[in-house]
Each structure stands twice: as C-alpha cells, then as structure tokens.
Ligand binder design. Structure first.
Ligand SMILES: Nc1ncnc2c1ncn2[C@@H]1O[C@H](COP(=O)(O)OP(=O)(O)OP(=O)(O)O)[C@@H](O)[C@H]1O
Length: 582
C-alpha cells in the first residue's frame, strides 16, 4: 500500500485535506498528516509527500527523509460552500480575507475563473491596513483575520487540494489510472452542483460537461490498466467475536453460491472486505472484481461508466467507444457499494440488468449478455428508504437474495486489542506482542467505553494517528478530540465513585466518634454533621448495611456499628483527619 505524507501549516488544514484525500481515494492509500505548528516527527518517511502550501513547504521541508519525492499542491475553493456567495447581491464590495496576500489574490482569481464574478473583491491579509471598502468579508476558513470594521462574514471554509495536483500526485506514485474515474466523477459532480445554483452559469455547465466527456474519454482509453483484483480473503478478516464469526460462516456459504448478496452494515465495518473475500472464495476467483461506489459517481457519468458507450455516443466520447464496468466484470463479481445512494431512475436500469442479465452500451440498441455475480452493499436501512419512496421495493427484493449483516465495532469490543495489534504492526514492523500490550494499556479502557461510530475504519485511523503523534505509550489525553466526551464521562464517573467511597468512610467515622462517647446518630444528624442531603445518607447507609458495616433498627439508636469504634478510628484515612471529635 502506498504511503503519502500530507503536510500543512496548521492543524485544521492538515486534517481537512487528509479527510479530502480519504474521501476521494478511500483506504487503499495510507495517509499520514502532519502540520508545522505541531506534530512533525524528526524524519517524515513515506512514498511521497504533498505540501498544502508553499509556506508549509518552507517551514517543514527539512523534516523530509532523504530523497523523498514531494510536490506543493495547488489549492481550490470548497465547492460545497461557495454557493453562499450567490446570496450576496451583484456589485457588493467584499473583502477577500486570507492568511497571506498571495493566497487572498489566488482565491479571488479562482472565484473569478469559476464565474463567480458578480462581486467586487478586495484582497486582505493580516498586517494590512483595513481598506474600509466593504461591510462583508469572504474568507476560506480564516475568519480570525477579518478586521473589526466588517459586519458580515461569509466563511467558504478551508480550501481543498486542487484536482490537478491530485492527478499529478497519483501519476507520480503510479496510481492515476486506478483512480481516474473516481476523481473525475467526484470533481465534475461538485462543479456541476455549484453551477446549478445559479441560472447565470448554466452555459458554463454545458462547457464543463464537455470537459467531463474529455476526462471520461481519456479515462476509458486506459481502462485496461484499471486494477480489477480483489485483494482480501476471509483469512484477512480479524476478530473472534461470535457475531463476526457467524457473519464469516454465512459469507463462506454464500461464496459457494452464485446468487446476489446484499450486505447491510454500518460504514467502516468491512463490507468491501467481506465482498472481496466472498469473491476470492468463489468459483469466480480468477475473474475480475469490480467495485462501483454509487456515492461517488455522478448521475451524468453513471450510464457510460456502468454500461459503456459506442463511438459518437456523446461529444468528446472516445472514437472507439468504451466498455463499461458491467462488461469489465464479466465472468467475475461486481460490487455495488452504497447502493442506497443510486437514483430512482438508475434503479430502474439496474433492475432491468438484474432481470435480463443484459446491458446496452450508451448510444447502442444491441444487447450484450453479461455473466456477472452481484454483491451490493449499503449502510442505509433500505426498508426505510423504501418507505420514504427513495428505493424501489422490487429492486430491494432482487438484491436481497442472500442477506448478510456485519456487527458494528461497538458490539464486538472484545476484538479491539487484536485489531489494534494488527494495525500497529503496519507501522512498527518489529513490534513484539508484549510491547503491543504495553502500548495499548492506558487507552484500552477508553476504547472499550467509546461508541465507535466510524467502526473499524475509525479504529484504524486512530491507531495511525497515535502512531504518528506519540513517541511512547499513548495516554487518553493523546486521543483525538472525538474521544473528549468519553474521557470526561469516565473521569466524572471515577470521581463520583471516589466521592461515594469517601462519604462512606466519613459516615463510619462519624458513627465511631459518637459511639466513643456512648451516643447514637440518626440519618438527620449525620446529614447535618457532614453537610450532605439526607437522601444521600440513606443510600450510603443501605450500602453500608450490604457491606456488613452497620445494622439499621427502627427508633432511637437506629444505626448500629458492627465493628468496635476504636477499630474504625484506628484505621481512619485522610477523610477523618480534619474532622473534629465530638
Ligand atoms: N475485521 C476486519 N479486520 C481487519 N480489517 C478490517 C476489518 N473490518 C474492516 N477492516 C478495515 O477497515 C477499513 C474499512 O473496511 P471496508 O472499506 O471494507 O468497510 P465498509 O463497510 O465497506 O466501509 P464503507 O461503508 O465506508 O464503504 C478497511 O481498511 C478494512 O481493511
């Protein structure tokens, strides 16, 4: 697996861009993210390094290990956020605020290139005089630099790594053809969504679609290079929890069959891992395994991606046409991931393919028979989508022939140590078993308490994060901020338990001190002496009865010590020391 070091100036950008890479490239590339202000190791080791800005490069490049190839990424605006700008009236003066003047000017050029040119932009960076030209500031995540005269801030959030830089990076690490379709789809979808926001830009959308076609055409010329292999086997699935073992047992039975499988499980639980394992244990193991992610492919591309197209099917199409993913999966397995995200119109087409086992290339009426095993997966509840009218019931029944569910990590926490050990092994090749036990010691109780919404993928990321930021054994406070609430509630509970124990001791000592002078105390006197509510004293007394320390009788002298007062006072701890004797 290729290992990329992503290096930013600040922590926020570092995590933001890392998430962008994860979203675009999935988990087949190992990404370690660093930032100049914080977690830089002495020597950054990886297959390739990408800096998020020239400034990040200038401040950190001395940490690169010798000969490590690198590039400085260009940055692009965040298409999901930029539609906020359409809400500003044409001709509005806006201060474009960024961390340095060059970045501010770059952002202005980018916005103008995208046709968002109905605003009058003035570049601004910290250290400059406030031009007092505008009441509105637009900033990509740098609102802390906005001058005080500004009345309204439009934050278009941290800038993304630019697509052309990502293409360059993938090309330099030899993975461009593998990711080309994914990248083009994601990129073009974002831009088209942006442009759809405003009627004014519809003409440009048409142009972009032609860009889209060119990308598609160049991608399809290279489809023979696409990696069509499933790399995982059942033996790679780590964990002995009964719920997981029973899922593996069922999946192995499914591998013997050729029927359609529907895997329903939370995100990051190993659906693709399971799909690949089924394929590799099936009779189709020597055939291709093709994964299609419906959350990543734009509607415009879907038909040509899945069914292919013939010469002249659309502007920019390759002269020779191209085969689609269904045809590429012939004699193998197609993995339809995130099937819940497929549009209703595409669901109709899919249903037809499932029924007829035939496809037609875009621009052609000739049916092509395909011999493909289908494994679909989703982390959504398809029954709910059906009720909401977002998923076709007939397609659901076509897919749900062999249903498989995978347990979330929260339901198999006993597997956490072995998963952590496996993930650690990929960072510290020579780490022994006892070293691993030692490494996890202090954070394991937190891991057991945490809810793991991102499941195994999240655990994998957390281990990678700790392996990068901690020099020795990680402590709970080293964990990322998603763990803060869990750690706080564990500490509160511990605090509560200690407070309870202390109160018990204090009650016993009060009773012993009174007994020494022949007095008995009731609950009310104890509550008054110790300044706690009587209800709490009642609970404590019930606990002390269970522990055999006191007996409760009705009437005066109701609370009786079972041990001699001197024994209790002799063994008194810190609590009693400051309390006056009666
Ligand atoms: N039981 C397991 N043993 C080892 N690694 C696992 C296991 N389950 C998941 N993983 C790892 O966790 C990551 C997520 O797995 P995978 O992509 O298969 O999950 P998914 O359910 O398909 O996720 P998504 O719904 O987000 O597509 C991968 O890196 C995978 O190798």
């Amino acid at each position: 697996m290729k290992h990329i070091a992503l290096i930013a100036l600040g922590e926020k950008t570092s995590y933001f861009c890392r998430d962008q890479l994860h979203r675009l490239l999935g988990n087949r590339i190992n990404i370690s993210n660093y930032y100049a202000e914080g977690n830089l190791p002495q020597r950054i080791k990886a297959d390739f390094a990408i800096f998020t800005s020239r400034l990040a490069y200038q401040k950190t490049h001395t940490h690169l290990s010798d000969g490590l190839p690198y590039m400085i990424s260009r940055r692009s605006i965040n298409y999901h956020e930029v539609d906020k700008l359409f809400e500003l009236p044409a001709g509005t003066n806006v201060l474009l605020v960024n961390d340095c003047i060059q970045s501010a000017n770059d952002t202005i050029s980018l916005l103008q290139t995208l046709g968002i040119d109905h605003l009058n932009y003035y570049a601004y960076a910290p250290g400059m005089d406030d031009p007092k030209m505008a009441k509105v500031a637009v900033t990509p995540g740098e609102s802390r630099f906005v001058p005080p005269s500004i009345e309204k801030i439009v934050d278009i959030k941290t800038r993304l790594l630019d697509i052309t830089s990502l293409v360059e990076m993938l090309s330099r690490i030899g993975l461009l053809t593998y990711y080309a379709d994914f990248l083009s789809a994601q990129y073009v979808r974002d831009i088209i969504q942006l442009i759809d926001k405003n009627q004014r830009y519809k003409n440009r959308a048409a142009q972009l679609e032609q860009e889209l076609c060119r990308l598609e055409a160049s991608r399809s010329q290279k489809t023979s290079d696409v990696n069509l292999q499933a790399v995982y086997h059942f033996d790679d699935i780590i964990g002995s929890a009964p719920a997981l073992q029973s899922a593996i047992h069922i999946a192995k039975r499914f591998a013997d069959s050729d029927s359609t499988v529907l895997i329903q499980a939370q995100s990051g639980t190993g659906k693709e891992l399971m799909a690949q394992s089924i394929h590799n244990a099936s009779e189709r193991a020597d055939g291709p395994f093709v994964a299609v992610n419906f959350a990543a492919i734009t509607e415009t591309l879907l038909d040509s991606e899945l069914f292919g197209y013939v010469e002249g099917a659309f502007t920019g199409a390759s002269r020779h046409g191209a085969i689609g993913l269904f045809e590429q999966a012939n004699h193998g397995t197609i993995f339809l991931d995130e099937i819940g995200d497929a549009s209703l119109s595409f669901q109709v087409k899919l249903l037809r393919v499932l029924q007829e086992r035939e496809i037609r290339r875009v621009g052609s009426t000739v049916p092509i028979h395909i011999d493909v095993r289908i494994i679909a997966a989703t982390n959504q509840d398809l029954k709910v989508l059906i009720r909401q009218g977002r998923f076709r019931e007939d397609l659901y029944y076509r897919l749900n022939v062999l249903p498989l569910t995978l347990p979330p990590l929260a339901e198999r926490k006993e597997d956490i140590p072995v998963l952590v050990a496996a993930f650690l092994k990929s960072f510290f090749l020579d780490m022994g078993a006892s070293e691993m036990r030692d490494w996890i010691k202090e954070i394991l109780p937190v891991f057991h308490q945490y809810s793991w919404p991102g499941n195994i993928r999240e655990l994998q990321n957390v281990v990678e994060y700790l392996a990068n930021v901690c020099d020795g054994r990680p402590r709970p406070d080293d964990l990322p901020s998603s763990f803060t609430a869990t750690i706080a509630s564990m500490r509160n509970r511990q605090g509560g338990e200690t407070a309870g124990e202390n109160l018990k001791k204090a009650v016993l000592q009060e009773l012993a001190i009174a007994a020494r002078i022949g007095k008995h105390l009731g609950r009310r006197s104890l509550a008054r002496n110790l300044d706690v509510p009587e209800s709490q004293i009642r609970h404590i007394c019930q606990d002390l009865v269970k522990e055999g320390e006191i007996t409760l009788k009705s009437g005066r002298g109701g609370i009786q010590l079972r041990r001699n007062w001197s024994e209790i006072l002799d063994s008194r701890g810190d609590i009693a020391r400051n309390q006056p004797l009666l």
